[in-house]
Design a protein around this ligand. Structure first.
Ligand code: 2VY
Length: 179
């Protein structure tokens, strides 16, 4: 394996570890509203290393979160969709890893794309698996749209604030240094 691949692999392990630590301080209100700080290191890695590493990091994070008991699954199908497919999908933000110069707008678009795709899966999961928790008089899909829509917006906003601070302090973290 080339040195650069080994380096990318090591970075993936470190960023996934940071994501797991952040899952402890992420907000999960009544298993309904979420503000996930875990997306921050996963987005950073996807932007820094590109699509494949971003998807792989999401997969690794999701599997470790399940194995370590960080999550409370309702069923195998629900766990697969929300803790495997959804975190993998965050990695699509890696398409903003391009050869052209990195600007904060790329970080912004990558975050909006990644979090939107991830929460689209949570929205689907909400309709299929969480409808019994819908508030009185609310249809399953409106309930899912409102709860997951709000969680997605809050997660994206928190991620943008933190990534913005990281970008200001050290923009070099968002790209691989070329020697
Ligand atoms: C109505 N999909 C596990 O990890 C992040 C939402 S965001 C997220 C999870 C959920 C579960 C859902 N839909 C509804 N309630 C809870 C969840």
């Amino acid at each position: 394996m080339s040195n650069s691949k080994i380096q990318a692999l090591a970075e993936t392990a470190v960023f996934v570890a940071i994501a797991l630590i952040l899952s402890i301080v992420s907000i999960n209100y009544a298993q309904t509203f979420y503000v996930e700080l875990t997306v921050v290191p996963l987005l950073l890695l996807a932007i820094r290393r590109g699509l494949i590493w971003g998807l792989a990091a999401g997969l690794l994070y999701g599997l470790l979160a399940i194995v370590l008991g960080e999550v409370t699954p309702l069923s195998a199908a629900q766990a697969f969709l929300e803790y495997v497919v959804a975190p993998i999908s965050l990695g699509v933000s890696g398409i903003f890893n391009t050869k052209s110069v990195l600007t904060f707008s790329k970080v912004l678009y990558a975050t909006l794309l990644g979090v939107s795709v991830k929460y689209f899966f949570h929205f689907i999961a909400g309709i299929v698996f969480w409808s019994q928790y819908a508030w009185k008089g609310w249809s399953a899909w409106i309930y899912s749209l409102v709860t997951n829509g709000l969680s997605g917006i809050l997660t994206a906003a928190a991620a943008l604030i933190i990534l913005g601070m990281i970008y200001k302090a050290s923009p070099g973290l968002f790209r691989v240094k070329k020697w």
